[in-house]
Design a protein around this ligand. Structure first.
Ligand code: HEM
Length: 404
């Protein structure tokens, strides 16, 4: 995408919309369309950063870690600048070759055998929770459903203790912190303040559970696979990357299935189809709406000239609905062909989600059990969203279920 002569490059088009304005966070789809239609890459005027919302360019930027690095942070702020308080991820916010070595060691810990063992416990926990939900008949499928499931199943596998209030406050801080310093950022920072010390302790060696992924990461550190201190940093990235995202993705999937009874009937008839439903759920609404890269030097994308050392927001939520790539992009369709590996909800390239088998294992267990045991689901009220700078996430999803 950069093989155009220097003198033929175009100036970057400007888009004067703030992606972090409250009304955009609550309903980002008009912004997504403007982002895609203004150009392959645009300058977001209110923040002075580049951005892309087209599938081809988003994929190309994420796949090219030599021209577009994560070492300056995956948020809008440059974490290399003095005074930018945030503990960088030693996996996501480092570039190859350092990233390659850490990633290989973490991949060994997350072997298919290890994941299979955790899947069994996901199934048991799903069976118990779905029975409770059936007994209730009507419930909030966020707090009592997907959130309850993920906060039970995921920390047990990772090997950390994650109580709800503390965990949600830390997640809210993390995903507002990666946006600009707006009111959401300041409010989330203040709310998380009392729990920072607790979180730091939670990811240390003496706090993690035996037989867990966290313990295996410390064992890898003892063998010399990581520098001292990296294992607890990776556990921090797992908790950060794997909790709210999975809650959001499973919530979106249930929401859409509740809106489409014909598609619920299909997953009820064949519960293995919840796999496709989850992929379509996170394509249709991406939990992580945006991630940033930084240009290493002057470069170009699709004929647009880009300056060096600039942040470039890759809006995966927009790319996942780019009509240049998808037919009927706004429709939820569990029979959409070639879904996994094609949508960008899990990223792509060197930093593609390393926990995706865990997220898929959790969703197959919980959504699969719901599909087996429940004949029909319906909304009892309008769902609401939590405005968060980097994420899209349901706040409430009021559901009624009819058991099979
Ligand atoms: C539906 C659930 C999930 C979604 C939508 C998701 C999404 C993503 C995305 C988009 C990236 C790439 C970010 C970038 O390139 O800037 C990523 C990376 C990552 N994810 Fe996930 N994720 C999910 C679940 C999980 C889980 C369960 C874990 C726990 C192990 C996890 C841990 C990570 C880590 C550690 C990385 C960084 C990988 C690297 O830099 O090499 N994620 N995820």
């Amino acid at each position: 995408m950069s093989l155009i002569a220097e003198n033929e490059l175009q100036e970057v088009p400007v888009l004067d919309i703030d992606p972090y304005a409250m009304d955009v966070l609550r309903d980002p789809y008009a912004f997504h369309a403007a982002l895609r239609d203004t150009g392959p890459v645009v300058l977001i005027k209110p923040h002075g950063v580049y951005a892309t919302g087209r599938h081809a360019e988003a994929k190309a930027v994420l796949a090219d870690h030599t021209r577009f690095i994560t070492g300056a942070g995956i948020g809008i702020q440059d974490i290399r600048q003095p005074g930018e308080f945030r503990i960088p991820s030693r996996l996501l916010e480092v570039d190859p070759p350092d990233h390659t070595q850490v990633r290989a060691a973490v991949t060994r810990v997350l072997s298919p055998v290890a994941i299979r063992r955790f899947k069994e416990s996901f199934t048991e926990k799903a069976q118990a929770l779905v029975q409770k939900l059936i007994d209730l008949r009507e419930f909030d499928a966020v707090e009592q459903g997907v959130e309850a499931f993920v906060l039970d199943a995921f920390p047990a596998a990772v090997g950390v203790r994650l109580p709800r209030t503390e965990t949600l406050a830390i997640g809210e801080m993390r995903f507002n912190q990666s946006g600009p310093k707006n009111a959401l950022y300041h409010a989330a920072m203040a709310r998380a303040q009392p729990y920072l010390e607790w979180f730091e302790q939670t990811v240390q060696r003496d706090a993690v559970l035996p037989g867990s992924i966290a313990e295996m990461l410390f064992q890898a550190e003892d063998k010399g696979d990581f520098d001292p201190g990296v294992a607890s940093n990776i556990i921090r990235s797992f908790v950060g990357g794997g909790t709210d995202s999975t809650i959001a993705g499973m919530g979106f999937t249930l929401h859409q299935l509740a809106l489409h009874p014909d598609q619920w009937a299909k997953v009820h008839a064949d519960p293995t189809r919840v796999k496709a439903a989850f992929e379509e759920g996170i394509r249709h609404e991406a939990p992580f709406q945006v991630t940033y890269r930084t240009t290493v030097g002057p470069t170009s994308v699709s004929g647009i000239r880009l300056d060096g050392d600039m942040k470039l927001g890759v809006f995966m939520g927009a790319a996942n609905r780019d009509p240049r790539h998808w037919e009927r992009p706004d429709e939820f369709d569990i029979e959409r062909p070639q879904l996994a590996g094609n949508h960008l909800a899990m990223g792509t390239g060197a930093h593609a989600c390393i926990g995706q088998m865990i997220a898929r294992g959790e969703s197959e267990a919980f959504l699969g059990e719901m599909a087996r045991r429940i004949k029909a689901i319906e909304l009892t009220d309008t769902p609401t969203y939590r405005p968060i700078n980097q994420m899209r996430m349901l706040d409430k999803l009021p559901l009624r279920v009819t058991p099979a």
